[in-house]
Design a protein around this ligand. Structure first.
Ligand code: SF4
Length: 695
């Protein structure tokens, strides 16, 4: 068989892959040399995708209450349970919790079913844990959720600042592209992270900031920009509101406070600020260290403020750049996967937008207000408000903060359906109905990466046993609920064409997301779709946003915001004196349901661990490689001690991946409180107060 061009299943870099099934049943995986995200490169996770394709551990049949069933029985039961709940308790008594790993077509029909036909906005996604604060930051600054730049900007920058991002492990191909650019043009790289990571090893400057110090750091930068006369006054005068208010808020932080909040010294701050101001071509890349915080939205806007003040937005080699964790976090945002948005970047609170969407779908009803965000959604499960829950393609009993409470909350719901490719996870064991879904290599659809590039995922393997595509399962349930006319899709290309046509509404509403050029696409054209970036330009000219203004606000001008550092309540205290930082390892992914199947990937880090500073380990009599108990008010885990000065004294780090399937007590998010950013609802997964002791 010839190779099939598809897209990697893992991170938001969105690398092109050529998958070639072999005569022995294996699949050869190569990077696609023509894909603009990676030009042939792959990281370890992408390279070893072929090792993850066995059907061992797969969920292969519909199951009802632990007994093998059939599709008709399972979807009939689901339709009845959801209809009963809606009839007896109203549409807001049901909820969907979905995933940034779903393809855009799956996401679109799930969103259409919940918001357009059930009439509730209680559909949220695990992207809430990943990107929601960036969405808020973008919308507050630009008027819409737009990433201004492209990956090429990383190669054309003179300075790259990586904030709260271990790019070397979490987005390795982008990291490789930056290092290649450093080699040829001498790009400076500065890394801002409380922990010294693999990324920090290859930079010109690592600033070991205190956890939570980012707003103060970037407010200090804004002050330094003004003091150095580096404001781009023409750009600000023409395109930006709120510069004075932003500066006035930034001025409130004294130098002493700045030093205290960041934990950095004056020389470090001066060096960072000078580099940022002197290099016009600056890209500030940020990731979960910024987003996963109770002030994540403010961190995003503090960063964007500096770029707006200097006009360094959407121009070659310049701009704030949010890199997404999951392969389709962006595609999910585009089709309204979050509970507080409509598809095509339209606003749920806007009656005109609601009317347009209802007309387009010929929908009986549309919710008039935002639905429950992830943390609130599971709290509503615990309180009994949610009576019927459908979880698709994600494992919240491991990945949500207060994961033990979330598992109990799911158990409390009258009826729970879970669609997954894996039979046994911490979440599937809580389901009344299990629905076997197809996985990577078996399904067709599209994903959008961190630079707004839509790429095809293409199937090259048959669906195993009874497994169905997620979009088919959703359409089957919708049909049994009486809405078959609106869910009569035969192929993913039917869905993509409808979705593309819908983006005309975005254009009509003066928004940014318009892929309506694809609305007449047939199956053959869809199959041949090449990676394409929106805005769609037939001449492939510059796809950046905002170099010359044109923001999606009511007056077309961007907003700088007055941002002040907040004090956060859950920092270390006498009972829990350490600050836990969580994150990924290089070769595992999320809750390891895919990556642990690969012996090659599992060889990198074989078990869960906790990084502890040598002085702390010594004081607590913790020996290298011994077991430690890490406790918070919400739970406790047992981890292997890794004693290293990569973490600061008083801080510990533990990876997030391990589940009860692999280690009986290693679910890190059981330790984390559900403190959320007030604007985005994104929980602070990056910081928890814990105690550690020898086990
Ligand atoms: Fe896959 Fe991300 Fe690695 Fe690219 S960088 S191969 S998208 S995991």
């Amino acid at each position: 068989m010839t190779g099939v061009r598809t897209t990697c299943a893992y991170c938001g870099v969105g690398c092109g892959v050529i998958a070639t099934p072999q005569a022995d049943g294996g699949v050869d995986i190569k990077g696609d040399p023509n894909h603009p995200a990676n030009y042939g490169r792959l990281c370890a996770k992408g390279t070893n995708l072929g090792e993850t394709l066995s059907t061992v551990d797969r969920l292969l049949h519909p199951m009802i209450n632990g007994v093998q069933s059939d599709w008709d029985s399972a979807t009939t039961l689901m339709a009845e349970k959801f209809q009963t709940s809606i009839r007896e308790h109203g549409p807001d008594s049901v909820a969907f919790y979905v995933s940034g790993q779903l393809l855009t077509e799956d996401y679109y029909v799930a969103n259409k079913l919940m918001k357009g036909f059930i009439g509730s906005a209680n559909i949220d996604t695990n992207s809430r844990l990943c990107m929601a604060s960036s969405v808020v930051g973008h919308k507050r600054a630009f008027g819409t959720d737009t990433v201004p730049g492209t990956y090429e900007d990383l190669e054309n920058a003179d300075l790259i600042v990586l904030v709260g991002s271990n790019l070397a492990w979490c987005h390795p191909v982008l990291h490789q592209r930056i290092l290649a650019a450093k080699e040829t043009r001498g790009t400076q790289i500065i890394n801002i992270d409380p922990r010294r990571t693999a990324t920090s090893d290859l930079v010109d400057m690592h600033l070991g900031i205190k956890s939570g110090g980012d707003v103060a750091l970037f407010n200090g930068l804004l002050n330094a920009i003004v003091d150095a006369g580096a404001v781009d006054q023409d750009y600000v005068d023409q395109h930006v509101n709120g510069c004075d208010a932003a500066l006035s808020a930034a001025r409130e932080t004294s130098l002493d406070q700045l030093l205290n909040l960041t934990g950095l010294n004056s020389d470090q701050l001066d060096a960072f600020y000078a580099a940022w101001i002197e290099n016009k071509r600056v890209v500030t890349i940020y990731s979960q260290g910024v987003n996963q915080a109770s002030d994540g939205s403010d961190k995003v806007n503090a960063i964007i403020n500096c770029h707006l003040a200097t006009g360094r937005v959407g121009r070659v080699g310049m701009g704030p750049f949010s890199v997404t964790g999951q392969p389709n976090a962006m595609g999910g945002r585009e089709v309204g996967g979050l509970s507080n948005m409509l598809a095509a970047h339209l606003d749920i609170e806007n009656p005109i937008h609601r009317e347009k969407v209802a007309d387009f779908w010929n929908a009986p009803t549309l919710p008039t207000q935002a639905g429950l965000k992830a943390v609130d959604l599971f709290d509503a499960c615990a309180s009994g408000q949610i009576k019927a829950l459908w979880i698709m393609c994600t494992n919240p009993a491991v990945s949500m903060p207060r994961a033990n409470d979330v598992a109990a909350a799911i158990k409390n719901v009258d009826f729970v359906a879970v669609s997954d490719i894996i039979a046994k996870t911490d979440t599937t064991k809580l389901a009344d109905v299990l629905l076997p879904a197809t996985g990577w290599g078996e399904k067709d659809g599209t994903v959008t990466n961190s630079e707004r590039r839509i790429s095809r995922q293409r199937g090259f393997l048959p669906a195993p046993m009874d497994a169905k595509h997620d979009w088919q399962i959703i359409c089957d349930v919708a049909t049994k609920m009486g809405w078959g006319h609106a869910f009569a899709f035969k192929t993913p290309s039917d869905i993509f064409a409808e979705w593309a046509a819908m983006t005309q509404l975005s254009r009509d509403a003066g928004k940014d997301l318009d892929i309506s050029a694809f609305s007449m696409m047939n199956d053959a054209e869809y199959d041949a779709l090449q990676p394409v970036q929106w805005p769609i330009k037939s001449d492939h000219s510059d796809t950046r946003f905002f170099a010359n203004g044109g923001f999606y606000t009511s007056d077309g001008r961007a907003n700088m915001l007055g941002i002040r550092p907040q004090s956060t309540p859950q920092i270390a205290n006498t009972k829990y004196p350490f600050t836990l930082n969580t994150g990924r390892v290089r070769d595992h992914w999320h809750t390891m349901t895919r990556s642990a199947k690969s012996p090659t990937l599992s060889a990198h880090m074989g078990e869960p661990y906790c990084e502890i500073h040598p002085i702390d380990a010594n004081a607590l009599h913790i020996k290298p490689a011994s077991l430690v108990c890490v406790e918070s008010p919400h739970g406790s885990v047992i981890l292997r001690a890794l004693i290293t000065d990569r973490v600061q004294q008083g801080q510990v780090f533990a990876p997030l991946h391990w589940t009860s399937l692999w280690a009986s007590k290693a679910r890190i998010d059981t330790l984390v409180p559900s403190l959320c950013d007030p604007y985005s609802g994104q929980p602070e997964l990056k910081r928890a107060a814990v105690n550690i002791r020898p086990f």
